[in-house]
Design a protein around this ligand. Sequence first.
Ligand code: HAS
Ligand code: CU
Length: 540
Amino acid sequence: MMHNRQLATANVGVAVGAFGVATFLAFMQALSRAALDLPWRSPKMYYLSVTGHGVLMALVFTTFFIMGLGVALTTRALGRPLRYPRLAWLAFWVATVGSLGALWAIFWGKATVLYTFYPPLEAHPVFYIGLTLLVVGSWIWSAVTLGTYAAWRREHPGVPAPLAVHGILATIIVWLLATIGVAAEMLFQLIPWSLGLVETVDPLLARMLFWYFGHPLVYFWLIPAYVVWYTVLPKEAGGRLFSDPLARMVFALFIILSTPVGFHHQFMDPGISAGWKMLHTVNTAAILFPSLVTAFTVTASLEVAGRMRGATGLWDWIKRLPWGNPLVSSVILSMILFALGGIGGAVNAAFGMNSVVHNTAWIQGHFHLTVGSAVALTFMGGAYWLVPKLVGRDLELDLLARVQPFLWFVGMLLFSLANHVTGLMGMPRRVYEVGYAGNAITSHWQNLTLVSALGGVLLFVSASFFLLVMLGTVLAGRRREQPALEFAEPLAGKPERPLIFDRIWLWVVVAIVLVVIAYAYPLASHLAMERFGSPGFKPF
Ligand code: HAS
Ligand code: CU
């Protein structure tokens, strides 16, 4: 098990390192967006930085943290070490080498294509190959985790998987299904094209394949956060999980509904007919449901915790929660931010309203509340809980750890709300010069970009606190035997027999059927059209 702990530590370590670099880039961008007169400010630097920030945060930080958390949670919950530990290390190294390759291309100015790498923007082949290796690494990690689960399953026939493992399995299935899309885009389009083997690329096909991957990608990030909310938070808050079966239902619903929704990122794209966009809209409405159930179940679990801690009135359970525990405060604050982000998601998913917010600053407001808060803040809280146990040291600088989630909360509110509003005013996303050379309309959003920059400064301070706590803990925390990872008990006790939600294979089959319904025809009819490719563009 010692070996597994080192592996989890290595993965979380790379995640935290990526987070640190990305934070620094974010800080520069937030100031740059406010058009502050900074010495290094230039379009080239801005887009390079946005690419670095997006790739490091959204792709590297998340993937490594999830792999680390996954190793720690599954080995503990199953009570057995990983099968194939050497393969698990191979996964880590393949993903690390791949990420370093992609970052090399970005920081040498050869891959200024943003984290969505839409063609015809073209990057150096090492960027695409590097990201592909990151995914290959995560596949190996997935195989090791599945193999470990299968071994446990043979030793424990007929009992439901521990809830945390059920959630990690859902994460892996969503990921394996999703990454088919990006693998196809990389292998058949971007890599041969960037190597010069083919001259042109079909941007719409690339976008279809990308968003086939890109939406379930967000649930690949979210499900592990939900695993923390369901299996760790209630215990740390001093209570119990309100309902284990509801949690299992949520994970099963994510398996089936995460993928057939990608067109909600392409409402404004030509070439996909309205009927198919409509089908993806309906599926998107359905995928709100597991998160609404989560809002209910996790809040109910918190109320249970408050009452077990002696609360009596209608609301004082909120006061009784251990707000000084950085895991608890991180998760609750991330939930409140996610409630706002989720409402925004429902707005995005409605065709008419999407036409108002698409490609505006609203979108970065949305995803900083979701991946930047529900996920990132939960992972930071998770790190305060997990890292001391992994390295066998006390959490160092715990005062900073206690303040940090609140700073993140305030910073993110300022940042995201300002971006939602300026987005509605028409301020575009991903545009360097939002002052449009002094055009009068832009004066309306100028002050709000300052509010967003102020939010960025608070987020930077918060992130720095997090990094200091992590460094302090690993380097200087007092060595001491730490309590083992513990999971929350459900109110009604653990289920003894598997439920319908535990029949993973059934859900995998349903998921595949839904994917085929949602994608086979639009993809086939696109491929059957006469298509014209585009040459590549490298603006910088
Ligand atoms: Fe999204 C764009 C729709 C969730 C991430 N999304 C993005 C992009 C990213 C992203 C990165 O339909 C930009 C992509 C790009 O670069 O172009 N999103 C949705 C919908 C949901 C949603 C319907 N998004 C996420 C999550 C993300 C994420 C999760 C990352 C982790 N999103 C869209 C659409 C677009 C989009 C369109 C395209 C826009 C465009 O035009 O480009 C849903 O899954 C949201 C469900 C969530 C809820 C909230 C539940 C609330 C909870 C907490 C409750 C807390 C309480 C407080 C009650 C329904 C669970 C308790 C308090 C106490 C004190 C106890
Ligand atoms: Cu989406």
